[in-house]
Design a protein around this ligand. Sequence first.
Ligand code: HEC
Length: 152
Amino acid sequence: MRKLIISTVIAATAATGAFAQSPSDVAKARRAYFTLVGFEMSTLGAMAQGKIDYDADVASQAAKDLAALTGYTMSDLFAPGTSNDDLPGETRAKADIWADMPGVQDKGMAFYQAVAELNGVAGNGLEALQPAVGKLGGTCKACHDDYRAKDF
Ligand code: HEC
């Protein structure tokens, strides 16, 4: 099974510290990544909540796009020196992330697995979609609760 590539590569990049981008660029890219995650999730969430009609193709596409995003190598998005302590007003990523990479990895794996499960059922009707979206939403919240500040 493919693994979500967060902590192993983070550890490696943290060790070398080799980045071409400025810390602000990293924070911008990280937020852009999560904007895409949120974009796909809002389609799925609205469907699961009955705010838009269930459509098997649209649900499957959104799930597939989330799967593509879980294949993205996130290590460079979590370059050291890019927490909200380092860049106040530019990011909500808490310094706790860099102090607890194994914890972040656990939350990331739960997210990855929920996306994989969602991909198995997204096209199988609203009743199948709803619990999978609920479970996925729980994994977003779990990581945000610990590692994302409420405000900038
Ligand atoms: C492994 C941890 C983790 C998981 C899992 C996770 N997020 Fe996040 N998310 C973050 C962090 C950290 C930030 C703050 C990024 C920043 O400000 O630099 C964030 C920021 C965001 C943002 C705001 C982006 C912006 O423009 O500032 C959205 C939207 C978002 N996440 C949606 C989601 C959704 C939806 C899910 C689940 C489908 C999810 N996230 C799963 C850690 C996570």
